[in-house]
Design a binder for this molecule. Structure first.
Ligand SMILES: Cc1cc2nc3c(=O)[nH]c(=O)nc-3n(C[C@H](O)[C@H](O)[C@H](O)COP(=O)(O)OP(=O)(O)OC[C@H]3O[C@@H](n4cnc5c(N)ncnc54)[C@H](O)[C@@H]3O)c2cc1C
Length: 474
């Protein structure tokens, strides 16, 4: 049956539309090489009709499909994970901007369109695009929609969910839903697009999206500050908001050792501030008018209040780029440091970030005093990214027995603080089992019923988000 499906897909897509063997290898491993699984084949459709045809073929033969965009996801969501190998459906050839509509403040793009491509196109018509994070040069719109990605602008514009006006989706039975509307308001019943946002390709395959554009800020300026008392982080955030109002477009937290890792890995980057601190913040003020005076006022008030001891203010486009490159390079640097690692993408109510982090540190110390925990995150969204490494001198085998305890221990603290362990990267494979303990039986039951309704055979991305059989048994 599977050989028949492969043959039919090859015929439907033509020579440019599929890959196998060595050509498929890059689609079978995730960005950081943590998740790896063979696919049945890689289907590379050129348009919505071809996506629908592949879905129909797979359905006929009972073959699972996992959609893949730029493959920058951090939870292994785009790699085959079910009991049988999936067809990987790469949207990479569907990468065009279909129309850009400055007067509607909207852009229509195919799902495989790269996030950076939309930034560039928006700038050409004097508009800006809100979605932004370190993977912008590879991540796609379909992937962003399907993970409800966050990034550095959530504070000002919200996550991807808030940027979607309309979607076109191929459903698990091969029907195409044309929901490509550019309406800001529509109360004509259930807003179905939201079902597909953050669904990680389990309810349908996103083929096109209408995304919001915004007026382009004429002035962006950032400050890298050395934090004096990290337990007063909330005060610092409130001060920045007081000074800048909605002009505060980013507020990031970076632990000292992570900056050192990024500088070590990218020696061409310039140290942003001379003072070596345990913690830093990176803020950006944006506006139609120059923001430097506001930034300086913020720094003076923060210094007087004993919140910041030093700061570097970007004075040129190159300095601005240096600060944000350093921030972008923190996740790859920490991921590639080596050694067994656990990571969390947690979110808690904004004012509870530091109490939660302190409680996590205490829990980790209680389980293994030598474990090294590093944090960075999007403070304005209550989002903490944590990486945990074994002690420098430890053998991986000696540390391995502690990993399940550490994972569970930190998860429990996040939940005690009314948080989530899936803030912006999604569930994927990484959190598939863990997320069950974050949800009530009623919530799991609704998720399972929804999945069963759209995809009764669990053909789309099995092994991700929710297990409909297990959820029904709880
Ligand atoms: C350096 C770096 C920094 C990052 N920083 C951030 C950050 O700050 N915030 C953040 O939120 N994320 C961040 N990410 C994670 C990642 O970039 C996002 O999750 C992104 O949205 C994934 O897009 P993608 O096209 O690569 O999707 P993929 O990785 O290919 O897929 C992700 C998930 O979406 C599904 N999917 C993909 N395309 C479709 C489609 N067309 N239809 C249906 N399902 C689909 C896949 O099956 C998978 O489950 C970062 C990644 C890197 C490498």
């Amino acid at each position: 049956m599977t050989a028949q499906a492969v043959g039919e897909i090859k015929r439907a897509l033509g020579d440019a539309g599929w890959a196998e063997g060595a050509d498929a290898a890059r689609f079978e491993v995730d960005f950081f090489g943590r998740y790896r699984a063979p696919s049945l084949m890689v289907a590379r459709p050129a348009d919505t009709a071809e996506v629908a045809e592949v879905v129909r073929i797979c359905r006929r033969h009972g073959v699972p499909i996992v959609a893949q965009g730029g493959n920058t996801g951090l939870c292994g969501g785009a790699i085959s994970a079910g009991p049988q190998p999936s067809v990987v459906m790469s949207l990479g050839r569907m990468n065009r901007i279909l129309s850009i509509l400055p007067e509607r403040y909207a852009v229509v793009a195919e799902a495989g369109c790269i996030v950076q491509t939309i930034h560039d196109a928006a700038a050409e018509v004097d508009r800006s695009f809100a979605l932004d994070w370190g993977g912008r040069g590879t991540a796609t719109i379909g992937g962003a929609v399907s993970t409800n990605a966050g990034g550095i602008n959530v504070l000002r514009f919200g996550p991807t969910r808030d940027q979607v006006l309309g979607l076109e989706v191929v459903l698990p039975d091969g029907q195409v839903w044309d929901g490509l509307r550019a309406l800001r308001k529509d109360t004509s019943g259930y807003d179905l697009k939201h079902l597909f946002i953050g669904a990680e390709g389990t309810l349908g395959i996103v083929t096109k999206a209408v995304m919001k554009l915004h007026p382009r800020p004429l002035h962006d300026q950032s400050l890298w500050g050395a934090v004096t008392e990290i337990d007063r982080l909330s005060e610092l955030f409130v001060l920045a908001r007081d000074v800048a109002g909605s002009g505060l477009t980013a507020f990031e937290l970076i632990q000292g050792p992570l900056l050192e890792m990024a500088l070590e890995r990218y020696p061409q980057r310039v140290r942003p501030v001379e003072t070596r601190a345990d913690w830093y913040v990176l803020l950006r003020f944006s506006g139609r008018e120059p923001v430097e005076e506001q930034l300086v006022a913020f720094y003076e008030r923060a210094q007087q209040a004993g919140l910041l001891s030093d700061a570097g203010l970007a004075q040129s486009a190159a300095q601005e780029a240096n600060l944000w490159h350093l921030r972008d390079e923190i996740p790859p640097s920490s991921m590639r440091r080596g050694g067994t690692m656990l990571k969390w993408d947690a979110a808690v109510p904004i004012d509870r970030i530091m109490p939660c982090l302190r409680a996590i540190q205490a829990r980790v110390r209680a389980i293994h005093a030598g474990a090294q925990l590093f944090a960075f995150g999007h403070v304005g969204d209550g989002n903490l990214h944590l990486s945990l490494f074994p002690p420098e001198e430890s053998e991986p085998e000696a540390f391995a027995p502690y990993l399940p305890l550490l994972e569970r221990g930190v998860d429990e603290v996040v939940w005690q603080f009314e948080g989530t362990i899936c803030a912006e990267h999604g569930v994927g494979t990484l959190n598939y089992r863990r997320i069950v303990d974050q949800k009530s039986p009623v919530e799991l039951m609704m998720m399972a019923q929804l999945r069963n309704l759209f995809d009764p055979g669990t053909m789309l991305n099995p092994g991700k988000v929710v297990d409909p059989k297990k959820a029904a048994q709880r």
